[in-house]
Design a protein around this ligand. Structure first.
Ligand SMILES: Cc1cc2nc3c(=O)[nH]c(=O)nc-3n(C[C@H](O)[C@H](O)[C@H](O)COP(=O)(O)O)c2cc1C
Length: 205
């Protein structure tokens, strides 16, 4: 088992989404039975935005020369895609920011959703090139975005489902701690509910 853990909160390891993702990872490790599992961490808040070479390459019908591919965001992108290819399981931790994914997660997405690499364009639309495997997403939000208490739209879960599906990752499961801004009792209840959902989920080995 090789878990790729991408964490995307400006609050780092103190964040609620990181905390939730650790529960997912612990559950995966318990379920695996692998004597030597690996967990590779990527702190997406440290990724630079894509650059001009990258933007030019993605809007061109062919890839640029090797020296261009070997520098800047194109090189960073290749490294992030390699890490994605090598993982057997992917765990993403993100807060909801302005109804969708955090800016750091969007930067990671911009690096890994790459034409001629992780997807191809066909007459029927974009088709993913990555072999499918389980993706678990830990979401934290100040208010509720699902269920009867939700008073805001959710552009996070449909967006992330669609964009990961574009590169071939269709097996996406969300866990969430919602209502972190509603005081300690609500936070404890939301944590307990999320942890129960993780414990009850049949994690793919
Ligand atoms: C820039 C920003 C935008 C936010 N937007 C939302 C939002 O749209 N909906 C929501 O419920 N909470 C929103 N929040 C609150 C966070 O989702 C909440 O504090 C969450 O628990 C943070 O998770 P973290 O500890 O993993 O960073 C926002 C927070 C920040 C800093």
């Amino acid at each position: 088992m090789s878990i790729l853990h991408i964490h995307c909160s400006p609050r780092g390891r103190a964040s609620e989404s990181h905390r939730l993702s650790q529960h997912i990872i612990e559950r995966l490790l318990r379920a695996s039975g692998d004597a030597a599992p690996a967990v590779i961490d990527i702190d997406a808040t440290r990724l630079p935005n894509v650059d001009d070479d990258y933007a030019a390459a993605l809007s061109s019908p062919v890839d640029p020369a090797d020296d261009v591919l070997a520098r800047g965001a194109l090189r960073q992108s290749s490294e992030l895609i390699d890490a994605l290819r090598q993982a057997t399981h992917i765990v993403i931790a993100t807060p909801m920011h302005n109804f969708t994914v955090s800016a750091a997660l969007k930067v990671w997405i911009d690096h890994v959703v790459r034409v001629r690499s992780t997807f191809r364009i066909t007459p029927e639309g974009k088709i993913g090139n990555l072999p499918d495997r389980p993706v678990y997403v830990a979401v934290s939000s100040g208010g509720e975005f699902s269920g009867e208490a939700a008073r805001q739209p959710d552009f996070l879960t449909p967006y992330l489902t669609h964009v990961l599906g574009t590169i071939g990752l269709k097996n996406v499961t969300f866990f969430s701690v919602q209502g972190t801004a509603r005081g300690d009792a609500a936070l404890q209840a939301a944590r307990a509910s999320a942890q129960a959902a993780i414990a009850a989920h049949p994690m793919a080995a």
